[in-house]
Design a protein around this ligand. Structure first.
Ligand code: R5P
Length: 293
């Protein structure tokens, strides 16, 4: 196998190459004056199984998806046997159903586009809703980075922390962290108005008095969910509040708003490279490419 360093995940791909021993294929990427993307693989992939590592987080998620498609096409034209797309943050995964009439299912369109470009299988991390992958036109799998994130907090001395999911649907995330923390777990309830996007969060029967709580979520976008959750936790007597997320998009002033709400630290992964990406996905992806998870 060879590992192609997608321009959006160059460091992660190099770490995966180092950890797996699979040779790295660098990529030349540029944007033409009219805004169109160009990529060129700088290595021989003839007859190889190829893993292209390319996250598709904002900014420029559309451009990153095009780069991924072009890299897959380049690999296939250069004779690659099989192309696996490793896409830590998969853009458009939240539009996974028709919430309102007149909408499409964006993530299914993206998957069909990737298939047409030459992608044979896909690996992602904590996709918003796993059943979505069943609709893809090729085998697709999601890995969980939650144990790695929980481990980060344990190493900082927070063994026994309360694992909280800000929404019932993501309770499985809190439960994965709970396995590492060895403390209690719980969830808030969140409802969203599909027209305005406004959310309402409530806590029922949650006992976090004097507890160190780690809020765990798949994505932080505007930060509204975490800000609301932190407020409820502190009102309910939590002593310390931290936040761990897989995909820390942190749109606008999300980071400041979360810290201002009393969250002591925000921890994300390199699915979205930035100043909160303190946990690397390289070990998880390396194990998956070696067939170990
Ligand atoms: C939604 O259900 C996700 O799990 C996240 O909670 C959500 O995307 C976070 O968005 P925001 O940061 O804008 O509240």
């Amino acid at each position: 196998m060879k590992v192609v360093s997608g321009p959006a995940s160059k460091e992660l791909a190099e770490a995966v190459s180092a950890q797996t021993g699979y040779p790295n294929v660098p990529v030349v990427a540029k944007v033409f004056p009219d805004g169109e993307s160009y990529v060129r693989l700088e290595g021989n992939v003839q007859g190889e199984n190829v893993a292209i590592i390319q996250t598709t987080c904002p900014p420029a998620q559309d451009g990153r998806l095009f780069q991924l498609s072009f890299m897959a096409d380049s690999a296939k034209r250069a004779g690659a046997k099989k192309v696996t797309a490793v896409v830590p943050y998969l853009a458009y995964a939240r539009q996974d159903k028709m919430f309102l009439s007149g909408e499409g299912i964006s993530i299914e369109t993206i998957a069909r586009m990737l298939k047409a470009a030459g992608i044979d299988e896909l690996l992602t991390v904590n996709i918003h809703s796993e059943p979505t992958l069943g609709q893809f036109p090729f085998p697709a799998k999601t890995l969980s980075a939650i144990p790695l994130i929980a481990d980060y907090f344990v190493k900082k001395g927070y063994k026994g922390a309360f694992a909280l999911s800000p929404d019932k649907g993501a309770m499985y995330i809190a439960q994965q962290a709970q396995t590492v923390f060895g403390g209690d777990a719980g969830h808030l309830n969140k409802t969203r108005d599909r027209y305005t996007g406004q959310t309402v969060q409530t806590a029922e029967g949650l006992d976090v008095e004097d507890q160190t709580v780690v809020i765990l979520d798949d994505i932080i976008s505007t930060g509204g969910t975490i800000v609301g959750a932190a407020k409820i936790l502190l009102e309910n007597g939590a002593k310390h509040v931290f936040c761990g997320c897989v995909h820390g998009l942190l749109i606008g002033d999300a980071e400041k708003r979360i810290l201002d709400a009393g969250v002591e630290e925000i921890v994300g992964t390199d699915s979205v490279p930035g100043n909160i990406s303190k946990v690397s996905l390289a070990p998880l992806i390396s194990q998956a490419l070696k067939g170990a998870v």
